[in-house]
Design a protein. Structure first.
Length: 299
């Protein structure tokens, strides 16, 4: 019923077999591959898939890492699909196509995609620090929104161009692309941009991937209502990243160990939705087992 992201333990391992075995020991038979895995690690997972030892629900772009990217510097946006540099944008498309190709090899259903960013200073953490000072918070929020709006056009146009190349490629391999809602406000897409993207790419061509922690951060910072994302895009929902949050910064906790009530999202999630737990270290194996019990009772 649930998949576990290798974001939980990938940094503890240098080979895919040990990484998978640690996850299987908790009780999972399905994983999502995160964005900090080398080609050799992914190839080792592929061998396990072919043996029937593990299943892969999804891959988080970029996966596997290109040789030129050190694991310590791995990022889904290392090459940005929204870059105004055509060379960078084109390279971002190529590494993403490789992720989609690997998803096909691994019999996965989907690729989770970050759509890029607007090159402005990100002030999400400043907003979080000011959340209890109303006047300061409102002034900063207004400034952040104005900065983003003023700079976004060229970057958003690049995203649409990139998706125009990726969508038909993914469709040809039978892989769903899930555009993920983001954590940092300078990143694409916010809610209005998701609506615009989905007007261009109809249902069946492009999906939505909902990240619970990211949506709740935006909600608590007054940037978007969490449930608005699900109410507007649940008909496109391919998968969901399940992790908990405390306050407006501390996310990627094991579900049930933070302050989010996961019962709120139950009406929008069906049995076909890919349900991926995405806790990070230092979440423990026991915490994740409790998360599975907690979420299983809800879903």
């Amino acid at each position: 019923m649930f998949s576990l992201s290798t974001a939980w333990n990938s940094e503890l391992h240098t080979n895919g077999i040990d990484m998978v075995n640690q996850i299987k020991a908790i009780g999972f038979d399905t994983i999502e591959l995160n964005f900090s895995l080398t080609k050799s690690m992914v190839d080792e997972v592929l061998a396990l898939v072919k043996k029937g030892a593990i299943k892969v629900s999804s891959l988080h772009n970029i996966c596997p890492l290109p040789d030129e990217i050190e694991r310590a510097k791995a990022s889904p946006d290392y090459y940005s699909l929204s870059s105004c540099s055509e060379d960078v944008r084109r390279h971002a498309v190529e590494v993403t196509k490789n992720t989609i190709l690997y998803a096909s090899k691994l019999n996965a259903e989907a690729v989770v995609l970050h759509a890029g960013r607007i090159e402005i200073k990100d002030r999400t953490r400043e907003l979080s620090a000011a959340v209890n000072e109303k006047a300061r918070f409102e002034a900063l929020r207004k400034k952040v929104m104005e900065e983003r709006t003023a700079k976004k056009k060229d970057y958003f146009d690049s995203v649409i161009k990139s998706l125009g190349e990726l969508v038909p490629y993914a469709r040809s391999l039978g892989i769903a692309i899930g555009i993920e809602n983001r954590y940092y406000y300078r990143e694409i897409p916010i809610l209005e941009e998701l609506e615009e993207i989905f007007r261009i790419f109809p249902v069946g061509e492009l999906s939505y991937w909902h990240d619970v922690g990211h949506a709740e951060v935006f909600d608590r910072l007054g940037l978007v209502r969490h449930m608005d994302l699900l109410e507007r895009f649940s008909h496109r929902l391919k998968g969901i990243h399940l992790h908990d949050i405390i306050g407006t910064i501390e996310d990627h906790k094991a579900p049930g160990s933070g302050t989010f009530d996961f019962r709120r999202i139950k009406p929008y999630v069906n049995k076909e939705t890919l349900k991926v737990l995405e806790p990070h270290q230092p979440a423990t194996a026991d915490e994740i087992r409790r998360s599975v019990k907690y979420l299983g009772e809800i879903f």
